[in-house]
Design a protein. Structure first.
Ligand SMILES: NC(=O)c1ccc[n+]([C@@H]2O[C@H](COP(=O)([O-])OP(=O)(O)OC[C@H]3O[C@@H](n4cnc5c(N)ncnc54)[C@H](OP(=O)(O)O)[C@@H]3O)[C@@H](O)[C@H]2O)c1
Length: 286
């Protein structure tokens, strides 16, 4: 079923459990596109709920039981170290009889739940909240601008219909890729927009220290990091060719890159990567 067909069958209510950074980014992205999902947020902080309601015109529900009762799909968006508690609450909570009759009966059958928690595997989700059928998704906060990238992973017995409705939802805010769960941590470490922002800050700081004003330093650094990469992604030229073109042998760029490599650029990235993977393993063990 496409999003349109799903919606024709009755607008689905998506309930976010946790109204923090990633939920805000997704809601902002969804505000940019036409869709007919009903969006609701549950969080333990009333002030966050008030703010989300004001910014994104979503409905909010401070009571977990009622939030579950009113949902077609749950999106678990609490931090990994808060997941165990949330899973326990989900497993124990019984939908409050606000939704009654046939709709409640339909919802009683193992609802679809999507976890955004980094490093928390499907086996943990199923173990502690077995009354839901779990998928995982790793959306990017850049979805806020409609330029997201979301990886999704499903248990092997997940229906095509559930796979499709999960992907269709995240496709509203950017590209979606389905990958095996075993690759999820590597994807999570790699895809983070923090790499770009981090590199931008470091390059701009060096540029400023070499005499550029802040504005020009940021403009030049953003061009260096973003514009060529966007053009590469949209075109057909090989990455190696573009590196050759931009860094003339014996020239300034070549000398800059060689000095960065010699002082451990590659090693630095590798170390960062393994620290990220290690953190994902720690999250999985909690
Ligand atoms: N941020 C990203 O870019 C990003 C990207 C992809 C995936 N993720 C994943 O998304 C999840 C959320 O990340 P985030 O950055 O959005 O975290 P966040 O900003 O801390 O938001 C989580 C929210 O959930 C609330 N919460 C925690 N436990 C709760 C519970 N039992 N019941 C109700 N509300 C509860 C938190 O309240 P308190 O503040 O009181 O704890 C907070 O308001 C994480 O697992 C992360 O791995 C994040």
């Amino acid at each position: 079923m496409t999003v349109r067909e799903n919606l024709a069958a009755g607008a689905q209510t998506i309930v976010f459990l946790g109204g923090g950074r990633i939920t805000s980014a997704i809601l902002a992205g969804l505000k940019l596109v036409k869709h007919e999902y009903k969006l609701r947020v549950h969080d333990r902080n009333p002030e966050k709920l008030r703010q989300l309601k004001r910014l994104y015109a979503v409905s909010v529900e401070p009571n977990l039981g009622r939030a579950i009762a009113e949902s077609d799909v749950l999106v678990a968006a609490v931090r990994p170290d808060a997941m165990r508690e949330l899973l326990g609450n989900l497993q124990e909570s019984r939908p409050i009889a606000a939704a009654t009759g046939a709709k409640e009966l339909r919802r009683a059958a193992r609802p679809l739940a999507i976890s955004l928690a980094a490093g928390v595997p499907l086996r943990t989700l199923g173990k502690y909240a077995s009354r839901f059928r779990w998928a995982r998704a790793m959306p990017s906060p850049v979805g806020r601008f409609g330029r997201g990238l979301t990886a999704v992973a499903f248990p092997h017995d997940f229906s095509q219909k559930d796979r499709k409705s999960t992907k269709d939802f995240f496709a509203l805010i950017g590209t979606v890729v389905e990958i095996p769960e075993a690759k999820f941590d590597a994807f999570t470490v790699t895809y983070s927009s923090s790499h770009g922002y981090h590199a931008l800050a470091a390059l701009a700081d060096s540029a400023q220290a070499s005499g550029l004003d802040r504005k020009t330093a940021l403009l030049a650094s953003a061009h260096a990091l973003a514009d060529g990469i966007i053009a590469w992604r949209e075109g057909k030229v090989q990455l190696e060719e573009l590196i050759q073109e931009a860094a003339t042998p014996g020239g300034i760029a070549a000398a800059t890159l060689a000095a960065m490599d010699a002082s451990g650029y590659g090693e630095s990235v590798r170390r960062g990567f393994s620290a990220g993977l290690q953190r994902a393993r720690e999250n999985a063990a909690k």
